[in-house]
Design a protein around this ligand. Structure first.
Ligand code: FAD
Ligand code: NAD
Length: 474
C-alpha cells in the first residue's frame, strides 16, 4: 500500500506527537509512526516521557514524598502516624494507571486532530518515502514532502555494567521495582540518579550514588548545587564524587561493585544497580543508507538552527538532535518545525529553556550560571534570597534553599535565574517569562507579588540585585 501525506512524523514522544498535532492543526495531512510498546505489550504513544520518563518518575516522586513526610515532616506539625505501610502493588499500579491515562490521551488527541497513527518502525528512504514495518513484520510505504524525525534517545549502557533488567537496570527498570531494594546503587549523580535515587531513598532504601565528576551537579550554578548537595546528604543520599566504577558483578547476594575514588579501590554490594550515566540519540533502523541525512560525532541527527537536516523536506527534533534532552525543548521544536513547514514563523529560544530537577527541595534554573558569565567576561550583578526568610516556606516547614538572580551589571537585563527550594519548578516560569521579554531585575522587583507566597523569594532576589531587599541584609 502507498499513501501520500503532507507531513510524516517518525516517533510519538513529546517532540513527535506535538509536531504531528500542530501540523494537523495547520491543515496538513499528517501521519505519525511510533514503535513504543507499553508494559501491557500494546502500542503506547508518548515516547520515553510518558511511558518511562517524566510522567512515571513524577508519579513515584509524589507517592514517595507522601510516605517520607509521614516520618520526616508531619511530626513537626504535631501529627504522628503509627505503623504506616506501603502497598507496592498500589504504589506501582497508581503510576501505571497515570501512564496509561496519558499515553491513551495522545491517541485521543490524534483522533481529534485527524492525525493518522501507525504502530511500527519507520525508516526514512530516499525521496521522502517512509517504510513502516509492523510488529508482525509486514511492510508498507508512505510518503510526504516533509518528514520529521523524532526518534528520541535511549539510556547509555556501560560495558562493565550491562543492563539485565533485573539486578542492573535503566530508568524503566528503576520505575518498576516490585519491592523496595534494601541497598540501591546508582551510577551517575545526574537528573535521573537524583530523582530516582530520591524515590527509593524515601521508600527506605540505603542509596549510594557513584559519580565520576569531582563537582556535584556541575551543570547547575555552583552555589545552588552546594545547597542542594547539603540537603540531599541530610536525607541520607550517599553521593560519592570523583568515583569511577570499574566492575559490577551480579552474584547471589547482590551486585558487587568495584570503584575507585580518592581513597583508592573500594567495594560495595547492593541489591539493585541503576545505571544513569546519560542518554544517547536513538537512530537504529531509522535511516536508509542513501537518504543523505548525516549524524554528528555523538550519533545525533545533524541539523541547523531550524532543525533542518540539509536534505530537502527532512527535519529532526527532540532528543535525537543537539541541545538539552528535555521534553519541553523537543515539543517546542516540534511546534516550530510544523509552523515552518506551513510557512509560518516558528520560534525556539534556546537561551531560556528551563531545567528542573524534581527532588526535594527542587532545583530549577534558566539562562547562564555565574561561572559561565565569569568565563565569558560578562559584567554581572547577583541578587539572592533564602527561603528561610519566606513566611510561606517556613509555614510549610520547607524553609530551605534560595533564589539567585544574575543580571547584567550595566543593562540590568536578567541573564540567569537559579533556585533550590520548595516549588521552584513553578517559580522558574516567572523568570523565564521575564527573560523571554528581555526583562531586567528591576522589572521583576517592581511587580506586585502576592503575600505570603513562595514567589516572594523571586521578588526579593530581584530586589537584592540592587541591594534593596527588604527582608534580609544587603
Ligand atoms: P522520546 O520521548 O524518546 O520518543 C521517541 C519515540 O520514537 C519513542 O516512542 C520511540 O519508540 C520512537 N521511535 C524511535 N525510533 C523509531 C522508529 N524508527 N520508528 C518508529 N518509532 C520510533 N524531561 C523533562 O523535560 N522533564 C522531566 O521531568 C523529565 N523526566 C525524565 C525522567 C526520566 C526517567 C527520563 C528517562 C527522561 C526524562 N526526561 C524529562 C527527558 C524526556 O523524557 C525526553 O527529553 C523526551 O522524552 C524526549 O522526547 P522525544 O520525543 O525527542 O523522544
Ligand atoms: P545526566 O547527564 O543528567 O547525568 C549523568 C551523570 O552521570 C553525570 O553527572 C555524569 O557525570 C555521570 N557519569 C557519566 N558517566 C559516568 C560513569 N562511568 N560513572 C559515574 N558517573 C558517570 O543523565 P541522566 O541522569 O542519565 O539523564 C539523561 C537525560 O534525561 C538528561 O539529559 C536529562 O536532561 C533528562 N532527564 C531530565 C529530567 C528532568 O528534566 N527533570 C529528569 C530525568 C532525565
Amino acid at each position: 500500500m502507498s499513501d501520500k501525506f503532507d507531513v510524516i512524523v517518525i516517533g510519538a514522544g513529546p517532540a513527535g506527537y506535538v509536531a504531528a498535532i500542530r501540523a494537523a492543526q495547520l491543515g496538513l495531512k499528517t501521519a505519525c509512526i511510533d514503535a513504543f510498546t507499553g508494559k501491557d505489550g500494546k502500542a503506547a504513544l508518548g515516547g520515553t516521557c510518558l511511558n518511562v520518563g517524566c510522567i512515571p518518575s513524577k508519579a513515584l516522586l509524589d507517592s514517595s514524598r507522601q510516605y517520607w513526610n509521614i516520618a520526616h515532616n508531619l511530626p513537626a506539625h504535631g501529627i504522628s502516624v503509627k505503623d504506616a505501610k506501603v502497598d507496592m502493588g498500589t504504589f506501582i499500579g497508581r503510576k501505571d494507571k497515570i501512564v496509561k491515562q496519558f499515553t491513551g490521551g495522545i491517541g485521543q488527541l490524534f483522533k481529534a486532530n485527524k492525525v493518522t497513527a501507525f504502530y511500527g518502525t519507520g525508516k526514512l528512504l530516499k525521496d521522502n518515502n517512509v517504510e513502516i514495518t509492523a510488529a508482525d513484520g509486514s511492510k508498507q510505504t508512505i510518503s510526504a514532502p516533509n518528514v520529521i524525525l523524532a526518534s528520541g534517545s535511549v539510556p547509555i549502557e556501560l560495558p562493565f555494567a550491562k543492563f539485565d533488567g533485573k539486578a542492573i537496570v535503566d530508568n524503566a527498570g528503576a520505575l518498576d521495582f516490585s519491592e523496595v531494594p534494601k541497598r540501591l546503587g546508582v551510577i551517575g549523580a545526574g537528573v535521573i540518579g537524583l530523582e530516582l535515587g530520591s524515590v527509593w531513598r524515601r521508600m527506605g532504601s540505603e542509596v549510594t550514588i557513584i559519580e565520576a565528576l569531582p563537582d556535584f551537579l556541575s551543570v547547575a550554578d555552583a552555589d545552588i548545587a552546594k545547597l542542594a548537595a547539603r540537603e540531599f546528604a541530610k536525607q541520607g543520599l550517599d553521593i560519592k564524587l570523583d568515583a569511577k566504577l570499574n566492575k559490577a558483578e551480579v552474584k547471589k547476594d547482590g551486585v558487587h561493585l568495584t570503584y575507585t575514588d580518592k581513597g583508592g579501590e573500594q567495594q560495595l554490594v547492593v541489591d539493585k544497580l541503576l545505571v544513569a550515566v546519560g542518554r544517547r540519540a536513538y537512530t537504529k533502523d531509522l535511516l536508509a543508507d542513501d537518504t543523505g541525512v548525516k549524524l554528528d560525532e555523538r550519533g545525533r541527527i545533524l541539523v541547523d538552527e531550524h532543525c533542518h537536516t540539509g536534505v530537502d523536506g527532512v527535519w529532526a527534533i527532540g532528543d535525537a538532535v543537539r541541545g538539552p534532552m528535555l521534553a519541553h525543548k523537543g515539543s517546542e521544536e516540534g511546534v516550530a518545525v510544523a509552523e515552518w513547514i506551513a510557512g509560518k514563523a516558528g520560534h525556539v529560544n534556546y537561551d531560556t529553556i528551563p531545567s528542573v530537577i524534581y527532588t526535594e527541595p527542587e532545583v530549577a534554573w534558566a539562562g547562564k550560571t555565574e561561572k559561565e558569565l565569569k568565563d565569558a567576561g560578562v559584567p554581572y550583578k547577583v541578587g539572592t534570597f533564602p527561603f528561610a526568610a519566606i513566611g510561606r516556606a517556613v509555614a510549610m516547614n520547607e524553609g530551605v534553599g534560595q533564589v539567585k538572580m544574575l543580571a547584567h551589571a550595566e543593562t540590568d537585563r536578567i541573564l540567569g535565574a537559579h533556585m533550590v527550594g520548595p516549588g521552584v519548578s513553578e517559580l522558574i516560569a516567572e523568570c523565564v517569562v521575564a527573560m523571554e521579554f528581555n526583562g531586567s531585575s528591576e522589572d521583576l522587583a517592581r511587580i506586585v507579588h502576592a503575600h505570603p507566597t513562595l514567589s516572594e523569594a523571586v521578588h526579593e532576589a530581584a530586589l537584592s540585585v540592587d541591594k534593596r531587599s527588604i527582608h534580609k541584609g544587603n
